[in-house]
Design a protein around this ligand. Structure first.
Ligand SMILES: Cc1cc2nc3c(=O)[nH]c(=O)nc-3n(C[C@H](O)[C@H](O)[C@H](O)COP(=O)(O)OP(=O)(O)OC[C@H]3O[C@@H](n4cnc5c(N)ncnc54)[C@H](O)[C@@H]3O)c2cc1C
Length: 491
């Protein structure tokens, strides 16, 4: 008889685990609260359009990249475009354009930071060397903390053949990004610091003072490895995984929130409104707790909430306003200091993306552009407000974000519709107010990373809260690590 696994949450981590287990002959059942799969890297439908729920840029899809390798093993083909100019970071006094091509990027560092260009180039050189070492180790499939031999992946062989890189990693393991800034006497060079802070808040959920250097080195340099617009949106990654699970005989049940989880002898019972089923093994990818030890959400660590706006623009915006200036795929706009709302109700840069619009049936709408905007916010601030205060706060943040966007991209008269969502909206649809995982501090990333194993028997925890951390690529890797551990544990 086939071994059975119940997966709670159809985020990219849970689906990746499910697809690998289904491929190995497990009977997989995925339970998803929302009506669509993908979690914060999925889509939702409104006004006959498909909007992203959160994530927009994919990583690891380059040939033999970390995600590409997993999809190849699952015989899944993903159609995507590499982004040559993925992002502009807009500071008060300058704009930094990220480029994939290394020589363009080096020239951009010199252009954007002329006051300290030599030190900035040296800093970047060291960051890239570290990033190479971190990438090499990540590609071995190591899953921290090491609880079983299987978590080592191919690390031992890699360590023997790359002793220099292992020494470099050990030497830098407890350092923060600020420590590296200090080495290059850049810690008080504000423009460069602001640029790093903007990048790190999205990638590591924390600024350079506390961001662990090792994972940050990979996050800050990843655009040279490749960042991608997935054809028809990043939600296609999860949809492809869900399809694969079904092709392999599994079941993906949307609109099926899990309500209760019970350990009965050696099996797990998953209870939803309509069903009650027993499984040999359970994976929790939901990021919410179903009782002690069932989720890393029980840890006291802080995570951010997100405030988002989705808008539709007339495609003419691209041609009429920018005067031939290339429109980056995304922009991070560091708010004007006078914009106090975005320093109290929101936090960090306003993140904007421009992408093609699709309708519910995934057909391209030629004369439309989709603009997604988001900012970090403390989810606690949005809970327990009266309806009136909540709506006022939502309006205030939305207007302040639009003001900042308008300053850089004059979109106002091209907007045909827009809608905002808060941490409360996330809770309604995805069951949690906090999204994006724990900040990658030295403690969270190196000293006490959160395992895919749990203290409960035949119970695993995957997603952005488990090692290696936030983002679609990391969540997907945690799903793969859990599947590999389960196959070994239940042999
Ligand atoms: C605004 C925003 C922008 C982002 N941008 C990017 C980006 O550009 N690139 C990038 O790589 N990453 C980005 N991220 C991060 C990325 O989206 C997440 O880290 C990743 O998608 C998390 O995946 P996950 O597997 O942990 O699951 P999640 O996406 O958290 O999914 C968990 C799933 O569990 C379901 N669930 C909850 N409760 C229950 C229940 N009781 N029963 C059943 N199911 C339940 C939820 O509905 C959800 O579908 C962004 C995140 C946000 C919020």
């Amino acid at each position: 008889m086939k071994k059975t696994v119940g997966i709670i949450g159809a985020g990219i981590g849970g689906l990746m685990a499910g697809a690998f287990l289904a491929k190995e002959g497990w009977q997989v059942t995925v339970y998803e609260k929302a009506v669509t799969v993908g979690g914060s890297a999925g889509t939702y439908a409104r006004k006959n359009r498909r909007f992203p729920t959160g994530a927009t840029i994919a990583f690891g899809l380059e040939d033999r990249g970390l995600l590409d390798t997993l999809f190849q093993q699952l015989d899944i083909r993903i159609s995507s475009d590499v982004l040559d100019h993925p992002m502009d970071v807009i500071l008060e006094d300058r704009t930094i354009s990220l480029y994939r091509e290394p020589s363009l990027w080096k020239a951009e560092l010199v252009r954007a930071f002329p006051e300290r260009s030599d030190d900035v180039l040296d800093f970047w050189h060291e960051l890239e060397q570290l990033s190479e070492a971190v990438f090499g180790v990540t590609a071995t499939g190591v899953s921290l903390p090491i609880r079983r031999m299987v978590d080592l992946g191919k690390l031992p062989r890699h360590a023997v053949s790359h002793p220099g890189s292992m020494v470099r990693l050990a030497r830098n393991s407890l350092r923060t990004v600020e420590d590296l800034l200090r080495v290059h006497h850049l810690e008080t060079y504000e423009p460069f610091r602001q640029f790093l802070d903007a990048q790190l808040l999205d990638a590591a959920q924390i600024d350079c003072t506390k961001a662990a250097l090792l994972p940050s080195s990979l996050a800050l340099t990843i655009y040279r490895r490749g960042s991608f617009y997935v054809d028809k949106g990043i939600g296609q990654l999860s949809e492809a995984l869900a399809e694969r699970i079904k092709e392999l005989g599994g079941d993906v049940r949307t609109a099926s929130p899990v309500e209760i989880l019970i350990l009965e002898e050696k099996k797990w019972r998953i209870v939803t409104k309509r069903r009650s089923e027993l499984f040999d093994t359970v994976i929790n990818n939901s990021g919410v707790s179903f009782g002690e030890g069932t989720s890393h959400a029980e840890a006291e660590d802080f995570s951010w909430g997100a405030f988002r706006i989705d808008a539709l623009l007339k495609e003419t915006f691209r041609h009429s306003v920018l005067d031939g200036r290339p429109l980056p795929f995304a922009a991070q706009i560091v708010p004007d200091k006078k914009q106090t709302v975005l320093y109290t109700d929101g936090h960090g840069p306003v993140y904007v993306t421009f992408q093609p619009a699709y309708n519910r049936k995934n057909e391209r709408i030629e004369d439309e552009l989709m603009m997604t905007c988001s900012i970090h916010t403390q989810s606690e601030q949005w809970k327990s407000l009266s309806q009136e205060t909540y709506l006022q706060k939502k309006k205030r943040v939305k207007e302040a974000m639009f003001e900042e966007i308008q300053r850089v991209f004059p979109v106002q008269k091209y907007i045909s519709s827009s809608e905002a969502g808060t941490p409360v909206t996330y809770e309604k649809y995805l069951g949690k107010t906090e999204v994006g995982g724990f900040p990658l501090t030295v403690r969270n990333a190196i000293l006490k990373p959160k395992s895919v194993h749990s203290s409960l028997s035949n119970f695993y925890i995957v997603g952005e809260q488990s090692f290696p951390g936030p983002g679609t690529l990391s969540s997907a890797l945690s799903g793969y690590h859990a599947a590999r551990a389960i196959m070994k544990d239940r042999k």
